[in-house]
Unconditional design. Structure first.
Length: 318
């Protein structure tokens, strides 16, 4: 590693295996002070504090029979307005904005807190029981598509937009798409969980995932210092996948952590995130299947373009 290129605050973290921060963490969580010891064989306790029993289980498959609704459009999306869900709705709105009428879609709300993703219809489309999931009814039989990155790639290939045609350009965009797919779990399931959602603050876990999140922000910042977008000069599915995660960190105080991460110091990420945030398709797409925040920013289900004007929660509650 070229230490001269590393930001001072990140350098301190990366080279502090014996620093006070990590030494303190080790002292805090010594065996004598932490009463928890793993069992010989782990057993699931659905009632355990903070284990997310409604959203996660140690087994696969459906918990109940429930068919999924099917609307009038070729593309049927079953999702929630999380960063992973926003990837797909942003791309669909971008496709419609460039005149791809065949990208019209119905977006059905899947409330993961209620266990909707464990219904039999949803599991038929995504055996992994995670949002988003897509069913393409323009082909017979309908094509199921799951995993958010794969949905983006499927739609980009199907409609011929937001992914370069030339091999070099396509490969560079896909480099960054798959970078994001590997990076996001550290940001969400790691940092976001332990910093914001976990029922107790664990210093070691927060330090571990803060270090990795800041490293990823630095990777992104360095790339965007040399390129307008992740794949090069053109806006692609790599940007669409990455923006809901890292744009959220630097612009929208995701997890209440913008100050904690010093996220505004990643100037190139901020510049990139602000440019993307101003796109009309992004403004629309991030509202779809959203159930938190300003009611004017929530469109629980989307079945027609006019829903953005008539069916956001502020209007439904008026």
């Amino acid at each position: 590693m070229n230490a001269s290129r590393v930001k001072p605050q990140l350098f301190a973290l990366l080279h502090s295996e014996t620093s006070d921060t990590f030494s303190s963490t080790r002292r805090t969580h010594t065996m004598s002070e932490n009463s928890y010891q793993p069992a010989t064989v782990w057993k699931w306790d659905p009632e355990a504090k903070g284990n997310g029993a409604k959203t996660n289980r140690p087994i696969a498959g459906a918990t109940h029979e429930k068919a999924l609704p099917v609307g009038k459009h070729p593309l049927q999306l079953y999702s929630l307005g999380t960063p992973n869900g926003q990837k797909v709705t942003i791309l669909l709105e971008e496709l419609l904005a460039v005149g791809v009428k065949e990208a019209e879609y119905d977006a059905w709300l899947i409330r993961i807190g209620d266990g909707d993703q464990f219904g039999s219809g949803f599991v038929d489309i995504n055996p992994n029981a995670k949002i988003p999931a897509l069913s393409d009814h323009s082909v017979n039989p309908p094509q199921r598509v799951f995993e958010s990155g794969n949905i983006l790639l499927y739609l980009a290939d199907k409609f011929g937009h937001f992914l370069p045609d030339d091999l070099a350009g396509r490969t560079e965009a896909l480099n960054w798409l798959f970078w994001l797919q590997g990076a996001a779990p550290f940001v969400g399931g790691g940092f976001g969980h332990f910093y914001h959602y976990a029922p107790e603050k664990i210093e070691y876990a927060i330090n571990r995932y803060t270090l990795e999140t800041k490293r990823l922000l630095d990777v992104l910042d360095r790339r965007l210092a040399e390129s307008r977008f992740l794949g090069g000069d053109a806006y692609t599915i790599a940007d669409i996948a990455t923006w809901p995660w890292f744009g959220g960190l630097v612009l929208n105080n995701q997890y209440g952590a913008t100050e904690f991460l010093d996220a505004k110091s990643y100037k190139n990420v901020v510049r990139w995130a602000q440019e993307i945030a101003e796109r009309l398709a992004v403004i629309r797409g991030r509202k779809v299947n959203r159930v938190m925040g300003d009611p004017a920013e929530q469109l629980h289900e989307r079945h027609d373009a006019s829903d953005f004007d008539t069916n956001t929660e502020d209007k439904r509650q008026a």
